[in-house]
Ligand binder design. Structure first.
Ligand SMILES: *[C@@H]1O[C@H](CO)[C@@H](O)[C@H](O)[C@H]1NC(C)=O
Ligand SMILES: *[C@@H]1O[C@H](CO)[C@@H](O)[C@H](O)[C@H]1NC(C)=O
Length: 466
């Protein structure tokens, strides 16, 4: 059953922190890999809570890789240490570049990294999920895995970020994101990498978050995610009950995977980050495993806590400027100190639980558990590796012709219309008109995608897997 990941005796765990390294032979600190048991993360025998921050200097549109440039990352790692975070999320990385220095400096600071395996040019396209699930796309995703699998502090990969939104037709993308999620786990295994966790990061959309969570934890074992994450902007310096978080804990109480917030925050008022008090409290720890505060750098969307000099110039191309801590920097550091990770196991559920697949209804368009087969052209990567990554400025995959196999019936069985017609015909089908139809999904510029309001919630139907 789903990796009742035994507390790994493998990783010869050397703890983070200053090490006495021989000057002649600098070696990276090895962090103990994060594993999953039941609905919780573990670091060795200890429960692990994500106490982190989202790191995207320049914002989504700048689309730079902060871990490929020591002039960027080293300044920020000092700030992360001052804050006391144990995890960062990085939204876009260049799989053609080397990340040794930044990743090792993060490991020295005891910091894990959760990485988005997609980027604006290489991602599932909401307008054409079938056509954009193709070989060049998977090559880029797998190359990102190659680039980061060697680091002990790579905690997890996101197989998608906010692809599913509130329109019912966007839920059709879920099967392609889940297919990617499945393919990533298969690739990690086939390439003999350590087991690195893979899961989806969902938008703050109350109408379908429960179905989405169930969907990524249903079906056959190799198709199910290792965890589920979602973004939540409902707190806004309120409290556990006013924010509705108590209802969400209830709704997710039977959910079988580790759950954490891939973004939390609010920019309406000065924040005290009281979210941490609840996230680290027994009110939540049996169901949630912490979260990532959105976000580190101050961008036009006003969420950040550190201002980067010159960071807004030229579309955010240069993030090497001086750092200035804003007021909320200290507030967040204080919150992390005031509300440490609890001791003990937090009341987690030790058994593996599989969800029932959601059925089609007024918010959810997928009625079957069948996932598309991997595009045939991508099969060779399992044996040969992905090769040189295309980086962040390649041709992009969203117009690529080598699309997913149509063996699962394309989109027609899905009912609700989508703009994908003209892409399922195989060779030659991709003309400039289908290319136009596959216009890029614009990089999500937060304003976080939030459709809040009344809190959910349908009950999660869970089935215990024996
Ligand atoms: C915990 O839950 C109780 C009851 O719902 C609530 O009164 C209290 O404020 C919560 N505390 C935190 C820190 O979430
Ligand atoms: C999805 O539905 C929305 C709202 O009905 C519509 O504006 C959009 O064009 C649809 N997208 C596709 C790909 O069909």
């Amino acid at each position: 059953m789903k990796s009742a990941a035994l507390v790994s005796a493998l990783a010869a765990a050397v703890h983070a922190g200053p090490t006495t390294t021989l000057k002649s032979k600098p070696r990276a600190t090895e962090l103990e890999p994060i594993t999953v048991t039941g609905n919780a993360f573990f670091k060795g025998t200890e429960r692990f809570y994500v106490r982190g921050i989202d790191y995207q200097p320049g914002g989504a549109s700048a689309n730079i890789d902060p871990l490929a440039d020591t002039k960027v990352c080293l300044q920020d790692i000092e700030k992360f240490k001052t804050l006391g975070v144990n995890t960062i999320r990085v939204y876009s990385t260049d799989n053609s570049k080397n990340h040794d220095e930044c990743m090792n400096a993060l490991a020295d600071a005891g910091i894990y990294v959760v990485l988005d395996a997609n980027n604006p040019l290489y991602s599932i396209n909401r307008e054409d999920p079938h056509g954009s699930y193709n070989t060049p796309y998977l090559q880029s995703v797998f190359a990102t895995i190659d680039a980061f699998a060697k680091y002990s502090n790579t905690m997890a990969f996101f197989s998608g970020n906010e692809v599913i939104h509130d329109f019912k037709n966007t839920t059709l993308t879920a099967k392609y994101v889940k297919a990617t999620d499945r393919d990533m786990r298969r690739y990690i295994k086939a390439r003999n990498y350590r087991k690195i966790l893979v899961g989806y990061s969902a938008a703050d959309v109350t109408t379908n978050v429960m179905q989405t969570a169930a969907y990524f934890n249903c079906g056959e074992e190799h198709e199910r995610s290792d965890f589920f994450a979602f973004n939540d902007y409902s707190w806004c310096t309120s409290d556990f009950i006013t924010s509705g978080w108590n209802k969400k804990v209830e709704a997710f109480s039977d959910y079988g995977l580790p759950l954490f917030l891939s973004e939390y925050g609010c920019h309406q008022n000065p924040r005290n980050f009281g979210e941490l008090e609840s996230l680290m409290h027994s009110n939540m720890t049996s169901v949630y495993s912490g979260g990532l505060m959105y976000e580190y750098s101050y961008e036009p969307n006003k969420f950040g806590i550190v201002e980067i000099e010159g960071g807004q110039a030229n579309g955010g191309a240069d993030q090497t400027g001086k750092r200035k801590e804003l007021d909320e920097f200290e507030a967040f550091a204080n919150a992390l100190k005031k509300w440490p990770a609890p001791t003990g196991d937090g009341g987690y559920t030790k058994t593996t639980k599989v969800s029932a697949c959601p059925t089609e209804d007024s918010h959810w368009a997928i009625g079957s558990a069948t996932l598309p087969d991997i595009p045939e052209g991508a099969l060779k990567f399992f044996d040969e590796g992905a090769g040189k990554g295309p980086g962040l400025k390649g041709d992009g995959s969203q117009w690529a012709i080598d699309q997913a196999s149509t063996s699962e019936g394309g989109q027609s069985s899905d009912g609700s219309g989508s703009g994908g017609s003209g892409t399922s015909g195989g060779s030659g089908a991709s003309t400039s008109s289908s290319a136009a139809m596959r216009g890029t999904v614009p990089a999500m510029e937060k304003a976080p995608f939030v459709v809040s309001g009344i809190v959910l919630l349908c009950t999660l139907v869970g089935a215990v897997a024996l």
